[in-house]
Design a protein around this ligand. Structure first.
Ligand SMILES: Cc1ncc(COP(=O)(O)O)c(C=O)c1O
Length: 365
């Protein structure tokens, strides 16, 4: 391919238009997007309420810079801290930048970090040090003093976390690793182990936020993490991330920064997303859609797992199903060649979803 980097495993499609859960390519062919723009189009592609907020903000102020407070970012920080039960917010441009920020916040006490096997936290060098997969190959050595333990294994965590540990970093539901849910008490045990050792519990909610029938996935597990990093769904496709934490962990002036993080347009979009989520009762709708989608996936012979509209199902021919489905106008992502991953917009219409699942069923070799 010319001009654009080869870094991505691309579909070969060139997209030109999007609306809710539908994408159109340059030839006018329509696709149902069960990937939801890889988890970003939370209230649907080109959501009209969000588009209006973006348009309005573009003619008002785009980015006055972070040497000032920008009004939409202050409002967003207040809202996100309230929704997450934290008290301080650092705004970023992406998931990996949120994780870099979380790492820097954590490394005050010591440098030892604990993360999980199959965890995914991004691809910049700090975040990649926590990521546990083949994505590391060719880029090591990464950050020293990182221990990886099996996910959902409280005993292994107990052994790895010591008084010298700065933080345990974990996705409440592993996404890229293949949609793995922990046992209901794992995160509670993790919080206790961290507290006992004066280590921070850092949750990577880059993919899980807004998607599980709650604002944050940790809210299903009865815990209060020290740090929550998020990004994907916040601004419905515009670049925006947020790190939410206790005020006493905050940076001193000059210790961290970001030129575009928290720009006024992304923040206006994020506030509009929260409005849509509230006005359209999307947490309740997510739970109902989850039930329907799970049943439909079971009816085509799959065994789905996940929460809300973050679902995965293993299949020995996952890659082939993905290819066949694309040819039939349905887009789905695949983790590690073995798990179909569905992250559709919370606003996807019932019939669109049912039709797409039927096609997935017909695409099994
Ligand atoms: C859990 C998790 N953390 C971090 C990231 C990195 O986010 P980004 O691609 O926005 O840098 C991702 C991306 O998929 C993710 O799923």
């Amino acid at each position: 391919m010319r001009f654009l980097s080869n870094a991505f495993n691309r579909t070969g499609l060139t997209m030109t238009k999007a609306q809710n859960a539908t994408l159109w390519d340059e030839n006018g062919q329509r696709f149902t997007d069960l990937t939801g723009g890889i988890g970003t189009a939370i209230v649907g592609h080109a959501n009209p309420h969000v588009a209006k907020a973006i348009q309005r903000q573009c003619t008002q102020m785009v980015n006055a810079s972070n040497v000032h407070i920008q009004d939409t970012q202050l409002k967003l920080a207040e809202t996100l801290t309230e929704l997450s039960g934290t008290s301080c917010c650092f705004l970023t441009n992406s998931g990996t930048e949120s994780m870099e920020t979380a790492i820097k916040l954590s490394r005050k006490k010591s440098k030892h970090l604990v993360a999980c096997h199959k965890g995914f936290h991004g691809r910049t060098l700090g975040a990649l040090s926590l990521t546990h997969s083949t994505y590391r190959q060719g880029f090591e050595p990464l950050l020293p003093h990182v221990t990886h333990v099996p996910f959902n294994d409280a005993d292994a965590l107990q052994d790895a976390v010591t008084k010298d540990t700065a933080a345990f970093v974990v996705e409440p539901i592993q996404g890229e690793g293949g949609i793995h849910l922990p046992d209901s008490d794992y995160l509670k045990h993790a919080a206790e182990i961290c507290e006992k050792n004066d280590a921070l519990l850092v949750l990577d909610e880059v993919q899980t936020a807004y998607r599980t029938g709650n604002w944050f996935a940790f809210q299903h597990f009865g815990i209060a993490p020290d740090v929550v990093a998020t990004a994907k769904p916040l601004a419905n496709g515009l670049p925006l991330g947020a790190v939410l934490y206790r005020e006493d962990l905050d940076f001193s002036p000059g210790a961290h920064g970001s030129t575009f993080g928290g720009n006024a347009v992304s923040c206006a979009a994020a506030l509009a997303v929260i409005d849509v989520m509230k006005n359209q009762h999307l947490h309740a709708r997510t739970k109902a859609t989850h039930k329907n989608l799970t049943q439909k996936l079971e009816s085509i012979g799959l065994k789905p797992r996940g929460m809300g509209l973050m679902l995965g199902a293993d299949h020995p021919h996952a890659k082939k199903i993905q290819q066949n489905a694309q040819a039939r106008g349905v887009l789905v992502s695949v983790c590690h060649n073995e798990t179909l991953r569905l992250l559709p917009p919370l606003t996807i219409e019932g019939k669109t979803l049912d039709d797409a699942v039927q096609i997935l069923g017909e695409c099994q070799p």
